[in-house]
Structures are given as structure tokens and as C-alpha cells.
Design a protein. Structure first.
Length: 183
């Protein structure tokens, strides 16, 4: 799923936590991140501006190995390739009331969580400094000398996967010489 598709689905989220597998990590975005941090485990949430959707998004993540510690199989409403959706599981007896929004399997019903104060919570999270730096693909020339700008351009254009370790060391020495005048 693209980030645009994730943000679109989160805007329609009615109270389930949706986790997306990205590499070796499960990530929750927007409302799912809010519900996870509020009702499952109070993880640190990251907020950053994403150009693809032209808005700030919030997300959290944890390693795949930790999933079983946070999500009981009885809570899972749906599970697809690289995506899990779950809610709050409640055991009900045969006489128990069933909510029209619940998903029932045997004697366990899974109810959506109540989303309240999400916007206030999201507004209260500050954009991380590293995320702000990552969101800019262009080098800003404000307060940067020509020498520094050239070094930044060379650094931006190098592809580490295409050079040897010795070439990387030589590049660093060359960049330091350009910045300091000489070594």
C-alpha cells in the first residue's frame, strides 16, 4: 500500500487498529497510531510532513517479533498480506448482547475502539527535527557558503552502494579538506 492509500483508509477508520508490515516492522498510522498508543502500549509517536499526501502524518512502529506481545489472535478482525486489523476483544456468553459494529467468532466478539480527541492528540505532537530534515529533498542555500554548497551537492550525489569502502574514506577526506581548507 502506498502512503496515500494508507492515509485515505485511515481517514475512514471507525475504530480498528490497522497495522502495516514495512520491512521487519509493523507500523500504525494516523487514527490507528492514536488507538494503539492509547489502548495497547504508549509508544513514542513520530509526526512528519509527507509530500506525497501534502500533510503531516503520525505513525509508530515496532519489530515483527514483538507483535504477539501486543495483539491477541482473538482480537484480529482481518489479516491480509502485510496488514492486520484488530479491535478490542470481549468474551460474550450465549445471552450476551452483540453490537452491530462487532465482529464475532465463536464466543469472542471484537468491537471497534472509540476514537475521541484524535485531532487534539495529533495537534499536540510536534514534528521531529529529523523528520523535518528528511522531508526536504532539496538543499536550502540559505546561510550556506559556495564551498559548503558544493560539498553538500557532492555528498547528495554519491551512491554508497556503487563505491568501495576505500573510495568512501577518500571522499570523506576530500570533503573535509574542502570544508576546512586543508587537513
Amino acid at each position: 500500500m502506498t502512503i496515500k492509500e494508507i492515509v485515505d483508509s485511515e481517514s475512514k477508520n471507525k475504530g480498528y487498529i490497522i497495522l502495516h508490515m514495512e520491512g521487519m516492522f509493523w507500523k500504525a498510522y494516523e487514527r490507528s497510531a492514536y488507538l494503539f498508543a492509547r489502548d495497547v502500549k504508549p509508544f513514542k509517536v513520530t509526526k512528519r510532513f509527507v509530500k506525497a499526501v501534502q500533510q503531516e502524518i503520525v505513525y509508530l512502529g515496532f519489530p515483527n517479533d514483538a507483535l504477539a506481545g501486543y495483539v491477541d489472535e482473538k482480537q484480529i478482525v482481518s489479516s491480509e498480506d502485510k496488514m492486520i486489523c484488530f479491535g478490542k476483544s470481549i468474551t460474550v456468553d450465549s445471552k450476551g448482547d452483540k453490537n452491530s459494529n462487532s465482529v464475532t467468532s465463536g464466543n469472542v466478539s471484537c468491537f471497534p475502539l472509540v476514537i475521541e480527541n484524535y485531532e487534539k492528540w495529533k495537534y499536540g505532537i510536534s514534528v521531529s527535527a529529523t523528520a523535518e530534515r528528511k522531508s526536504s529533498d532539496n538543499i536550502s542555500v540559505a546561510n550556506v557558503s559556495n564551498n559548503e554548497f558544493d560539498v553538500l551537492q557532492r555528498l547528495k550525489n554519491i551512491r554508497v552502494e556503487t563505491v568501495t569502502p576505500m573510495d568512501c574514506v577518500q571522499l570523506i577526506v576530500s570533503l573535509q579538506k574542502d570544508l576546512d581548507g586543508c587537513l
